[in-house]
Design a protein around this ligand. Structure first.
Ligand code: NAD
Length: 384
């Protein structure tokens, strides 16, 4: 019998389950690269249900109980007195989502001597100290591709929201006004602009593909170059470094993992090298930008807008400067946890757990760390 601690975001304030707007979600047959969706032996939820909050328990409560395991589900995750930290000493498995991350720091690893598996429900395992996981032989896994398209769609929405000045225009409607000139004084068409992505992995490439029909000039930088036929098909210009990309475009969208090389990548210097009035969208991880430098660049007009859904820490305090900085179109960390995405990563989490308990190998693309080394997707995206 194993003990699993699951850290999930709180239930909706109007109660659980919510009143759903739709009766289900479309059936997706496979991921864009042809790989299969999660293949658990069964699921105990209806796709389209809210699974990512405490009462949803990722649809896994019955699975744990039927198999005689102990499951603790909580949203109380920060500080030494949190329920998460109190439950850690005898936990074998921890599951959390990047939207409400259970930060598994070195200190917390030390408090969790029995921890063997740190699972991310979703994508992006930087809330786990991966060096410590390797040192302790803890397996880290996530559901690769489960919410990549969800994030790509959110990214395109936020690029358009910034360039077309959507949020202030919407506010005029809510406030009962009709101030056309105020709405359009900084509204542009995306058509004809240079748009670049940093990292053309699953999300970055999906963003490029979705933007191509907008008649923009596409650019990208990645430490792994796309195949020549894909570059040609997308008509995308490759840059050898982030500096070259940043000075060549009007819009940058960040899709790289948070690692030492990308930490504070967009600092005062890089932001200063961009075209005046550039737009920056970050749905990857907040700490790839320097928080203070972003605010200063928006205040000076060097950046015409900043959007994204990732913050540090999460949740951010009520006085976090990004809540009130000018020309922002921020959302909470929601892009990868639509009801559609939840169905996929909940099923993927179950697939991983079924393999784990059966002693079978976890799908290689789900792996970040295994046996003390970066493995699978982790070997490509985190090991530099
Ligand atoms: P992926 O593994 O498919 O792609 C990552 C890409 O980053 C790879 O192509 C890799 O070569 C590239 N890369 C690695 N190091 C780099 C560096 N130093 N500079 C430039 N490129 C580098 O991952 P993905 O599914 O596309 O996800 C990307 C990131 O998006 C994740 O790491 C995660 O942090 C974030 N994410 C956010 C959400 C959300 O809800 N906002 C959801 C999923 C993922």
């Amino acid at each position: 019998m194993a003990k699993c601690v699951m850290v999930l975001y709180p239930d909706p304030i109007d109660g659980y389950p919510p009143r759903y707007a739709r009766d289900g979600i479309p059936v997706i047959k496979c991921y864009p690269d042809g790989s299969s969706l999660p293949t658990p032996s069964a699921i105990d939820f209806k796709p389209g249900e809210m699974l990512g909050c405490v009462s949803g328990a990722l649809g896994l409560r019955k699975f744990f109980e039927d198999n005689g395991h102990e499951l603790v589900v909580t949203s109380d995750k920060d500080g030494p007195d949190s329920e998460f930290e109190r439950e850690l000493p005898d936990a074998e498995i921890v599951i959390s989502q990047p939207f409400w991350p259970a930060y598994i720091t070195r200190e917390r690893f030390a408090k969790a001597p029995r921890l063997r598996l740190a699972l991310t429900a979703g994508i992006g395992s930087d809330h786990v100290d991966l060096d410590e996981a390797r040192a302790r032989g803890v397996t880290v896994a996530e559901e690769t591709y489960s919410n990549s398209i969800s994030v790509a769609e959110h990214t395109v929405m936020q690029i358009l929201a910034l360039v077309r000045n959507f949020v202030p225009s919407h506010r005029w409607v809510i406030d009962g006004g009709w101030n056309i000139a105020d709405c359009v004084e900084c509204a542009y068409d995306l058509e004809g602009m240079d748009v670049g992505v940093i990292a053309a992995g699953r999300i970055g490439r999906a963003v490029l593909e979705r933007l191509r029909p907008f008649g923009v000039h596409l650019h990208y930088f990645d430490v792994h170059r796309l195949p020549a036929d894909v570059e040609k098909d997308l008509n995308v210009v490759y840059h050898r470094d982030v500096e070259s990309l940043a000075r060549s475009v009007d819009v940058v969208s960040i899709h790289s993992p948070l690692i030492a090389q990308t930490h504070h990548m967009f600092d005062e210097k890089l932001l200063g090298s961009m075209r005046r009035g550039s737009y920056l969208v970050n749905t990857a991880r907040a700490e790839q930008t320097d928080q203070r430098a972003i605010v200063a660049a928006l205040q000076s007009g060097q950046l015409a807008g900043y959007a994204g859904d990732v913050w540090y820490p999460q949740p951010p305090p009520s006085d976090h400067p990004w809540r009130s900085m000018p020309n922002n179109a921020m959302t909470p960390h929601v892009s990868g946890t639509t009801l559609s995405a939840q169905a996929r990563y909940a099923a993927g989490t179950r697939e991983i757990l079924e393999d784990w308990f059966a002693g079978k190998p976890i799908r290689s693309e789900y792996l970040i760390v295994e046996g003390g080394r970066f493995a699978g997707t982790g070997a490509k995206s985190y090991a530099h």
